[in-house]
Design a protein around this ligand. Structure first.
Ligand SMILES: [Zn+2]
Length: 291
C-alpha cells in the first residue's frame, strides 16, 4: 500500500517542512506575478509530498504543460497549483470555463492544490488539496464573459465553488502555518478513492450531495431521520427525482459498502475514521485514472 513509510517519517518530523520561500530565486525576475509564481512553484517541488502515495516530493512539469503543473514520479498523479495571497472564501477563481468542463470527464484531470501565501513575509500560510474525484460540473461556476474593452474580450472564466465540496474533499496539509501529519493526510485521501470508480458524474453527484448533507449535521454519529431533514434541499437539486428518501437510503448503503460510513443499527450511522484501509489498493487506482 504505502511504500514510503521512511520518507513519511521524515515529513512527520515537523521541523523538516520549511514554510518560507527562497526569495533569492526570484531576484532576476521583474514582475510581481512572475516572481511569486517562481517562488510558489519552487516551494511546492521542494516541500510537498504526494498525498496519494506518500512519495517524498512531486515534480514540476517542464515547459508549461497544459495538463497540470506537477506530477508524482512514483504513482503518476497529476497536480495543478493555484496560489492566492488572501484566504479563500467560498469560491476561488480558476481558468477557462470550457477547459474546466472538458477536463471533468478526461483521464488527465489533475488534483488541485490550493495555496494561501503571505506575500510580504514570502511564506506559505495554508495548503490544501482537492482530489480530482470531487470535481463534478456542479462545483464549476461560469463567470461573466470579459467585457468588450478587455484584452481578451469575450473570454469566459470560472469559479470553483469550494462551499459545495464535502469536507472529505478538502484535505488540509497546512493550516495557518500548522503542518498536518502526512499520515493523516494520506488516510483522508484514501478514504474517498472509491469515488474514482463512479464513472457516471450524475451518480457521483448524488454521493457527494449526501456526503455534504452528512457534514452539515456536524456530528460523526447521526440518524437516518437527520438526513431526511435535507429532503427539500435535495429535491431542489434533483427536481426530477420523486423518490428522495429511498435514494438517500441507497446512497447511505453505497457509502457504507465503501467504508465511508458504519451502520450502527436502528437507523443510526457513523462516519468511519479515515484509515485508508478500505480504499482500493495502489495498483487499482493506477489502472483507473479516468473519472
Ligand atoms: Zn504519488
Amino acid at each position: 500500500m504505502i511504500a514510503h513509510d521512511c520518507e513519511l517519517e521524515r515529513h512527520d518530523g515537523r521541523k523538516r517542512l520549511e514554510l518560507s520561500f527562497q526569495a533569492a530565486l526570484a531576484s532576476e525576475y521583474k514582475g510581481a506575478t512572475q516572481k511569486i509564481r517562481i517562488l510558489t512553484e519552487h516551494w511546492v517541488s521542494s516541500q510537498v509530498y504526494c498525498p496519494n502515495c506518500g512519495h517524498v516530493s512531486i515534480t514540476q512539469y517542464k515547459n508549461n504543460s497544459p495538463v497540470a503543473d506537477f506530477f508524482c514520479s512514483n504513482c503518476r498523479e497529476d497536480y495543478e497549483l493555484k496560489g492566492y495571497k488572501r484566504a479563500f472564501g467560498t469560491k476561488v477563481v480558476d481558468g477557462a470555463y470550457r477547459t474546466m468542463m472538458e477536463r471533468l470527464s478526461a483521464s488527465n484531470n489533475p488534483n488541485l492544490l490550493l495555496m494561501e501565501y503571505d506575500h510580504i513575509r514570502l511564506e506559505v500560510r495554508s495548503l490544501s488539496v482537492i482530489p480530482k474525484q470531487f470535481f463534478i460540473p456542479d462545483i464549476i461556476e461560469k463567470r461573466k464573459p470579459l467585457s468588450s474593452g478587455a484584452r481578451r474580450a469575450g473570454w469566459v472564466g470560472c469559479n470553483i465553488r469550494l462551499s459545495t465540496i464535502p469536507n472529505a474533499g478538502r484535505i488540509v496539509l497546512i493550516k495557518n502555518g500548522i503542518v498536518e501529519s502526512p499520515k493523516d493526510v494520506i488516510a483522508k485521501w484514501r478514504q474517498t478513492l472509491f469515488l474514482r470508480h463512479q464513472k457516471d458524474l450524475r451518480s457521483k453527484g448524488w454521493l457527494l450531495s449526501i456526503m455534504g448533507c452528512i457534514d452539515k449535521i456536524q456530528n460523526r454519529t447521526f440518524l437516518l431521520h437527520d438526513l431526511y431533514g435535507f429532503e427539500q434541499e435535495l429535491m431542489a437539486i434533483y427536481p426530477e427525482n420523486r423518490h428522495i428518501r429511498p435514494k438517500i437510503r441507497q446512497q447511505l448503503q453505497v457509502l457504507r459498502d465503501m467504508g465511508y460510513l458504519i451502520f450502527l443499527g436502528n437507523g443510526t450511522y457513523q462516519l468511519a475514521a479515515p484509515t485508508g484501509q478500505n480504499a482500493p489498493m495502489e495498483q487499482d487506482t493506477a489502472s483507473t485514472e479516468s473519472m
